[in-house]
Design a binder for this molecule. Structure first.
Ligand code: GLN
Length: 212
């Protein structure tokens, strides 16, 4: 198995290290030719507006769209979640998204003054206790379609500084932060920044299940 990591911008090496810890090979994807042999692709965190522009200038935009629409397993984290979503609010007007998971996401939706926070999440189908999650100017899922499976959500509460209230949603309304739709997995947080490899393992298992 070889997993491609989109390497135009963002935390590419952290994702590659996570898969290396699991004994899985990765390849940086910078040109259309790099997409040829990969069994899955990661769209990392970074800046979705910049990535969208670089996808266009590197001529990767359409080849990547083609493999994604043919069902290549994809894992988008933070900015990568924005790129895979169906609808973006508060994006740049020229920003593009692939629309392969039925989510509406609001860029920087957790508010600017509390751009970053950490918390523990219970993740469906994952044993071994809660997953520690790092949110950095994270996208807020404002709508999830009926085919989206919510694997973890966050309960914003004004009483708990660690679970920063999202702007525009009432406190105590659960917000999806880890979602799956078929071969597509997305997280609003950065699983590559902790030593916990369970979500990378989840993606590897999705690829294995598909290949079986
Ligand atoms: N706010 C960034 C964006 O809009 C995402 C931040 C991140 O990936 N940590 O792309």
């Amino acid at each position: 198995m070889e997993i491609g990591v989109l390497a135009l911008q963002g935390d590419v090496s952290e994702h590659r290290r996570a898969f290396a810890d699991l004994g899985v090979q990765t390849r940086p994807v910078r040109t259309p030719g790099d997409l040829g042999a990969v069994d899955g692709i990661v769209l990392p965190g970074g800046e979705s507006t910049t990535m969208s522009l670089l996808l266009a200038s590197s001529e990767l935009m359409e080849p990547l769209r083609k493999v994604l629409s043919s069902g290549l397993p994809a894992f988008g984290t933070c900015a990568g979640m924005i790129l895979l979503a169906a609808r973006i609010t508060d994006g740049r007007p020229d920003q593009r998204c692939y629309g392969i998971i039925d989510l509406t996401v609001q860029r920087n939706g957790y508010g600017r003054q509390r751009r970053s926070f950490e918390c523990d999440l219970d993740v469906l189908g994952t044993g071994g206790g809660p997953v520690h999650a790092v949110f950095i100017r994270a996208p807020l899922v404002v709508e999830a379609g009926p085919d989206v499976e919510v694997l973890a959500s966050l309960l914003p509460s004004p009483d708990d500084e660690k679970r920063a209230p999202a702007t525009g949603i009432p406190a105590m309304t659960a917000v999806p932060v880890l979602c799956r739709q078929g071969p597509v997995l997305v997280s609003a947080f950065h699983p590559e920044l902790t030593g916990d490899r369970r979500l990378h393992q989840m993606f590897v298992s999705m690829i294995e299940d598909r290949e079986r």
